[in-house]
Write a protein that binds this ligand. Sequence first.
Ligand code: PLP
Length: 388
Amino acid sequence: MSKSAIMNTYGRKDVFFKTGKGSYLFDENGDKYLDFVMGIATNTLGHCDEEMSKVIKEQASSLIHLSNLYWNYPQTDLGQKLIDKSDMGAVFFCNSGTESVEGALKLALKHGKTISGEKNKLICFNNSFHGRTLGSLKVTNEKYQKDYSVDSSNVIVVDYNDPKMLEEVFDKNVCGVILEPIQGEGGIISSTAEFMEKVRELCDKYESLMILDEVQCGMGRSGEYFAFQKYQVKPDVISLAKGLGGGIPIGAVLVSEKYKDVLKPGDHGSTFGGNPLSCSVALSVIKEIDEKDLLNNVKSMSDYIIDSYESLKEKYHLGEIKGEGLLLGFDPIIENKKVLDKLYEKKVLLVGAGNNVIRILPPLNVEKNQIDLLFEKLDEVFSEIDKC
Ligand SMILES: Cc1ncc(COP(=O)(O)O)c(C=O)c1O
């Protein structure tokens, strides 16, 4: 065992997990943990779903990877499926959330460039999280860069859910606005309908692209396939990853019919994006969400968590529960780390977010008894803390 072989970029718990099944992880001693982190909203169907594992084995023995210089059926089938679910026009596949955001931003910059040389401003929001890539294009041969320069002075940061402030800074030089319909890392904050509609209205007015980052809240986690479907708006671009592959790396940029030809051959690319292995797994995730009616399970289990939380909240004077579907969070009022550490000692995994929030991120097929276990352990933890 050589932990020092790994760069020290994460604060990790001192545990090696060896196997997983459904909502549970098992460590190397065979100890069982309730996992409501789910790879941070990624393992849509829990750990090692049987159908998913079967598809991985089958696809791995027929075709794993080839270049996007050729076609493969899992890619086109998945593209069509995502279009059907979202009512968008076309899809670009990549491998992660941050890459799906990069693709979306490039699309907005290219769109701006087709209108005017000055239309290159991007609007984003306080508390947002869109990824961590820095600048591979910046250090790549100039010919790939020409339409895509982002100077930080062209990035305008606005308060989330503040339509007035947004209107004040918006002008014809904005090529795109990017937001999460539900801010995840920022602390589980949902966009108001008024705000979402204002973004749409201003993007229409100034011919700017409305980009929704659904990397964390998409793929059924909100109770709809896409969180935007809870609002009366349709975006121009959607970024997807995490839950799309249920644990297999895959990301996607979805673009509306109107803007689907903005990016031309050579404008963007990805070596691994759209490989048959990850696409067939994503197809199997969608198939299972549909066949097992998991969007309804998300809604009913979400209500069950919210109801169960109410009595805990009253008993220990906790903050409100926030979010949608199975992307939920609450402020424990005391330091969240203290609660998370004590839960971990009791073999329950939850993860923090934003300013002192604790996220609850079960798989979409979570069962009531697993939620009961969570609340039993939360009750124990808060009662122990109360006694200190
Ligand atoms: C909303 C959102 N966008 C983008 C990302 C980046 O995704 P990745 O870590 O796959 O690059 C994340 C990751 O947490 C996210 O929550």
